[in-house]
Design a protein around this ligand. Structure first.
Ligand SMILES: [Zn+2]
Length: 199
């Protein structure tokens, strides 16, 4: 699937760039895209073995994926907070370039999903999610620009915290939402063309 390839490019560029340039804003966005990669793999699996993988299993997998993301994100946020008092030099150019690649990649993923998102609620969720991720990937770009122009790496840490906050809030909302769906399966619209009813 094209979406998976594009997302792989994004996470590899962001994580390697982030570690190389000491940029936590990039690493944070990269980790987020690792979690998106897992979600995309499950989405592809669900549609490859349509009969074999139930919607409930898909949602359970996504729930564990979300919890995994939170577990990885929390200590990362803590390290960024620690770094606020001990700033390390960040190469501002790297988050600018890698963040732009991330934004283009996420936008590409959304475009690939757009056509099928009209017929399927699970794909529509992924489509909307990746449109949002396009904006999130621009945060390291803004961080890089500020680091580059001001010479102060503190902006990278501040913007990493902003990304961390976005990840934690959106993931918690997804976890709470899917928990509700798992408890009350009749609420689930996944796989059903609910858009027709609402028209
Ligand atoms: Zn995402």
């Amino acid at each position: 699937m094209r979406a998976l390839q594009l997302n792989t490019v994004v996470l590899v560029v962001e994580i390697i760039g982030g570690i190389g340039a000491n940029s936590f804003s990039l690493i944070m966005d990269g980790i987020h895209n690792v979690s998106d990669e897992v979600a995309l793999v499950f989405l592809v699996l669900a549609y490859t073995f349509r009969a074999g993988l139930s919607g409930k299993l898909l949602r359970s997998a996504n729930l564990f994926n979300s919890i995994g993301l939170l577990v990885i994100c929390a200590p990362l946020v803590w390290r960024v907070v620690e770094r606020l008092s001990h700033p390390i030099e960040v190469l501002g150019v790297v988050p600018i370039v890698a963040g732009l690649i991330g934004a283009i990649g996420n936008w590409g993923v959304a475009r690939v999903l757009r056509e099928s998102s009209k017929e399927d609620a699970a794909i529509r969720l992924a489509y909307v999610h990746n449109l949002g991720d396009t904006l999130v990937s621009l945060i390291p770009v803004a961080a890089g620009v500020l680091v580059f122009t001001s010479g102060s790496s503190i902006f990278d840490s501040l913007f990493a915290l902003l990304i961390g906050a976005v990840i934690i809030i959106t993931t918690l909302r997804a976890v709470i939402g899917s928990h509700r769906e798992l408890l009350w399966p009749e609420n689930v619209s996944c796989g059903h063309p609910r858009s027709e009813q609402s028209l």
